[in-house]
Design a protein around this ligand. Structure first.
Ligand SMILES: [Zn+2]
Length: 125
């Protein structure tokens, strides 16, 4: 099951993923390996808001043990709590971006809204 990877919507190059460090951003960017176009995730504001609430919940749960570990100078417990909290926040973010809408970062420069000029008609009077 592909949870963290996606295919480029332009060239269908498969097995691409957003980096784990950029996953917390609302619209992380990724350079396609196939066509070289910059892609970005485009999650809806509701999904991203739910994700932010989830990260706040994780921070709330991990906060008190982190304070305890700091007060007791349990540095290994503190590091383990940091790693667990970061993994619990970044890994779902990677899945959210990979499974959501992915689009071009910038509009295609070759795209034109101007209608093509009509060809000179051969049956003019
Ligand atoms: Zn591509």
């Amino acid at each position: 099951m592909r949870l963290f990877t996606f295919a480029c919507p332009m060239c269908a190059a498969d097995r691409q993923r957003f980096s784990i460090l950029s996953a917390l951003a609302r619209r992380p960017k990724k350079l396609c390996r196939g066509c070289g176009i910059v892609l970005r995730s485009h999650p809806s504001i509701g999904v991203y808001l739910l994700f932010l609430l989830y990260t706040q919940f994780i921070g709330l749960i991990a906060g008190l043990p982190l304070i305890w570990a700091y007060m007791e100078q349990q540095w290994m417990a503190m590091a383990a709590l940091w790693v667990a909290a970061l993994l619990l926040c970044h890994v779902p973010a990677m899945a959210m971006h990979a499974r959501g809408t992915i689009c071009r970062d910038k509009v295609d420069p070759d795209r034109s809204y101007v209608r093509a000029k009509k060809q000179a008609s051969t049956h003019d009077p």
